[in-house]
Structures are given as C-alpha cells and as structure tokens.
Design a binder for this molecule. Sequence first.
Ligand code: MN3
Length: 204
Amino acid sequence: MKIALSKLPYDRDALEPYVSAETLSFHYDKHHRGYVDKLNALIEGTSFEGLSLEEIIVKARETAELDILNNASQAWNHAFLWESMSPNGGYKPSGQIMEMIENDFGDLNGFKERFQKAALNHFGSGWAWLVQDGPNLRILTTGNADSPVGTDMTPLLTLDVWEHAYYLDYKNERNRYIEAFLNRLINWRFAEANVVDQTTMKAA
Ligand code: MN3
C-alpha cells in the first residue's frame, strides 16, 4: 500500500490574495506531490513499506535513513500545513486554546509577536511550529524537513518558511507572508483539535 497524497482541503485559489493560486498549485501539485512520489519510490520493497507516515518518520529517524526521513517528513509537514490555514482563518480564537495562549504568551498579540519573530529569524529553509509541550504551548522552528513528529511534543500548527512557499507572492519579504498567515489564514479550530487532553495523557 502506497502513501497517499493528502487532499487539499480547499480550492487552489481559496487563500487568495494571501497565497495565490499559482503558489498553491506549485506548492501542492509539484512540491508536496513530489515528496510523496519520491517517498513511495524509496520505500518500495523495503521494511518501510506498509507503515504509516508517522511510523516511517520515527523509524527513518532511528535508522538514519535520511532520504526516506526527509521525504516522509516533508509529506507529513505539507499535509499538516494545508490544515493549518483556512480561507476563513485569522480570527481570534476562543475556549481552551485561547486560555493556553493567555497562559503562555500573555495574549494573542504576544503569541503573534513571538511566532513572527521565530519564523522570520529562522535561517534558511524550514518550518515554524506551535506545539504543545505537556500543559504548555511553545513556539519553535525546525530546519529543512525536520519536524516535532515522533517527539514528546505535539504539533498544533505549522507554517512553511521555505522560499517556495512565498517567493512568487512576496519575493524576499518573508515578514509580510508571516503576517498574512497570522492575521488572515491561521486555523485555530485545527490547532484546538490537535490539543492533547492532559488527563488522558496521564492515564495512558
Ligand atoms: Mn513547502
């Protein structure tokens, strides 16, 4: 069984004008599909075949199979990225996720400032993340294909800061791309759905 390309949860032009249809078409149909196709070619006939994407990432990290790790991780990260954005995003969150934001960042602007700074200052290609670490929220960045999948931290949201994610629309102005994500696209319902209940964690 092959790893499937995850479905794009909206139309190619749904995030305009913040992410153009041209960018999203290249990003999903060329980049994301390319990682999935490459991964399937790499794992065919190996002990990785038949594993889930998460299992492939964990096993490839343990066995230092870097080609498999990079392509599996990029396949996972992009599927997570599409869900992290929404045509109706950028609203003020409420409920549990807002309580966690206030607890760890003071308020929503405190979160935005720290996420913006982390994503902007990340050197080179990579990803900016909002993760859950125990009861707390944390912002971190990872280089190239790396991700928190398979670690103690739970990814809640991500933003792709590879140039292919924004260069057609924003050229070198990564700051404007990050601002559009934070103010117009961020999907807080997805983040909240990813929060792990601490009482469940302790019982497990
Ligand atoms: Mn990308």
